[in-house]
Design a protein around this ligand. Sequence first.
Ligand code: DX5
Ligand code: ZN
Length: 223
Amino acid sequence: MPYLAPSILSADLTCLADQIRIVEEQGADFIHIDVMDGHFVPNLTFGPVIVEAVKRITKLPLDVHLMVKNPMQFLDWFAAAGAHYITVHQEACLHLDRAMNHIKNLGCKAGVSLNPATPVQSILHLLESVDLVLIMSVNPGFGGQSFIPYTLTKIRELHEYRQSRKTNFLIEVDGGINEETAESALKAGADVLVAGNSIFNSHSIADSCAELKSIIVKNGGKV
Ligand code: DX5
Ligand code: ZN
């Protein structure tokens, strides 16, 4: 089942359509889009206009990761722009339950994300109803950082919870995923690997994407 979600944060925006086509050809399953507001994280990136543009150049589901304060005010915009998954941060959202319901009412899949230091217990009561839990394996805000090993414990906790309760949310891991860390994230129970730097800043986007995809297929993913 595991999936690959290249993050366009590290893509060359002057030829985004070409680069998305390459990752599509190499088996990408989702396109991950990082939305940053300069408040929740110290960086600014994409808004709904970019999501809408990416929607027009790919058939892959768009996995929109909102690293913004007060995400409630933007949910309608990103749904209208064509997001398939919309993920908000536990730390940024005062009314998480309401946000999850609102995302679903907009016809999207609802995701919740945890920073590295935020425990899984903080979203325990949402696990029966969310579609996706995104475990940040770096501190959010920038591509190209190193994987924080203790976040594997959180992936394992979610995986065990899911097995014991027969719930079926996806476990996504985001940050520092490369050929070395991918395997341990999958073994811990991750279903969706986000990768930016290791794909788009590599010697060959096609080769590095294919390599990550082959690790995923080896661990049960579809070709
Ligand atoms: C970081 C973003 C990530 C980022 C991952 O805050 O949420 O999606 O693109 O980038 P890499 O794979 O370079 O760590
Ligand atoms: Zn992300």
